[in-house]
Design a binder for this molecule. Structure first.
Ligand code: URP
Ligand code: ZN
Ligand code: ZN
Length: 464
């Protein structure tokens, strides 16, 4: 099958220019002007007035994550389908090592969840919950299998938490095997004390979640794990960074030339502590780190502008309000942590970032596709409009407006954090490896067509 995309504006991280794109099978075969005469195409897609961009890459999702006695609602079929509607054609999800189990068991379980179900391509990072001699030895094998990053937590004591010694041992191993350490950086021990005090003082509503998880304790943990990584001589990537104190720690490290990287998420750019108020309705907005006061938002945008933040991913981890978030009625500590968002990322960033004048459209493509592809060992196969790259392509209408709503979104969750928000920009045609999976609001893909992305390590020192 040969598909020609004509008359569009190609937008890449490096620049924008008018050109046609010829797709042959699963790959991009040609990029150039006036390809129609020689293309011999089976189908032509007219992209007049549209952007032609590499498919979005969301490197932080949690399909079916077990949390707080329940499971994130989206599975790999519904989650990748919803992502595709929003122009995201690759996800990297977190496989989970449960306490007392091996990394292998966790990874196999995640392969079983994804294979035959995902509609677009997917990779895995590994969450390490149990650092010991055996799991440390297993890490090298995972790197060789295309799972080269390991997430550890200074948060969630008793669940995913690791102490500094365990984190340091995982870092030392990763320094040797060439992988990347990803850190959830909040001081979970101190936060648990403050949360208990907050409940004891009578605040049990979701706002207590936001009040107890001090931003300074995100800053402290971020600086600590960066310095541990420096001592272990390993690259480190801070996930879901929400607070100015944490950003300051990343900026300082990067100014020193350390291979320290960070992502933020749309919820920290567009939502705030105020959303956690409003009684128990605030449970819809409970995630960790929590939504911050609005004054953090301009700092995060500045971080994106200056490349102190390299990536925006979603931390997509959806729980229904009814029946799941409600587990925490009367005690905010029991609300499952996580928000839905995999479908909305590109449009929110286009609307608030590009239309809002905060970032260029080239930077938009960079933070949502190209930089994640580079940092997570997928480039130039993904994240690029170039000859030989996978034909993961979005024909994006920068002018179309639509209203985000749970009644129209495709994520398997009963609410939207952005209910009623009008955004400018939307994905008209979405291709995954040469096949159209979404066309004008209709799903045309196939369950199980998504393939595992065996990822390489990257030369992180050259990216610092
Ligand atoms: O609240 C969140 N972020 N839930 C998902 C798990 C995690 O910490 O990433
Ligand atoms: Zn986390
Ligand atoms: Zn997460």
């Amino acid at each position: 099958m040969r598909t020609l995309i004509t008359n569009g504006t190609i937008v890449t991280a490096d620049g924008s220019y008018p050109a046609d794109v010829l797709v042959d099978g699963e790959r991009i075969a040609q990029v150039g002007l006036n390809l129609a005469a020689s293309a011999n195409a089976d189908e032509t897609i007219d992209a007049t007035g549209k952007y032609v961009i590499p498919g979005g890459i969301d490197v932080h999702t949690h399909m079916k994550l077990p949390f707080g006695g329940t499971f994130a609602k989206d599975d790999f079929e519904t989650g990748t389908r919803a992502a595709a509607f929003g122009g995201t054609t690759s996800i990297v999800d977190f496989a989970v090592q449960s306490k007392g189990r091996t990394l292998r068991e966790g990874l196999d379980a995640w392969h079983a969840l994804a294979e035959g179900n995902a509609v677009t391509d997917y990779g895995f990072h590994m969450i390490m919950s149990d650092v010991n001699d055996d799991s440390l030895a297993e890490m090298d094998g995972l790197v060789a299998e295309g799972v080269p990053d390991f997430k550890l937590f200074t948060a969630y004591p008793g669940v995913f938490y690791s102490d500094d010694g365990a984190i340091f041992r995982a870092m030392q191993r990763t320094a040797k095997n060439g992988g990347l350490i990803m850190m959830h950086a909040e001081n979970g021990m101190a936060i648990d004390v403050i949360a208990a005090d907050t409940v004891a003082a009578g605040t049990t509503d979701p706002i207590g979640h936001g009040l107890a998880r001090y931003s300074v304790l995100e800053g402290e943990a971020t600086n600590r794990v960066i310095r541990l990584a420096q001592a272990a001589k390993v690259p480190v990537y801070i996930v879901h960074l929400s607070a100015r104190e944490a950003l300051n720690a990343v900026r300082m490290a990067r100014d020193e030339g350390l291979p320290a990287f960070a992502e933020t998420c749309p919820q920290y750019l567009f939502l705030s502590l105020d959303d956690l108020g409003n009684g128990f309705n605030g449970a819809k907005f409970v995630c960790s780190p929590p939504l911050r006061s609005q004054d953090h938002q301009p700092e995060l945008w500045k971080g994106l502008q200056k490349d102190d933040l390299q990536v925006v991913s979603t931390d997509h981890c959806p729980f229904d309000f009814h029946g799941q978030k409600e587990l925490g009625r009367g005690d905010f500590r029991k609300i499952p942590n996580g928000l839905p968002g995999v479908e909305d990322r590109l449009d929110l960033l286009h609307d608030g970032g590009v239309v809002g004048g905060r970032i260029t459209k080239e930077r938009w493509v960079q933070i949502a596709s190209t930089a994640p592809a580079k940092l997570f060992g997928m480039y130039p196969r993904k994240g690029s409009i170039a000859v030989g790259s996978d034909a993961d392509i979005v024909v994006y209408d920068p002018n179309r407006k639509h209203t985000i709503s749970a009644s129209t979104h495709h994520m398997a969750v009963d609410y939207s954090c952005y209910e009623g928000r009008v955004v400018q920009g939307g994905s008209d045609v979405v291709m995954s490896r040469g096949s159209v999976v979404v066309r004008n609001g209709q799903f045309t893909g196939t369950k199980g067509a998504g393939r595992f992305i065996k990822r390489a390590t990257a030369d992180y020192s050259r990216m610092a």
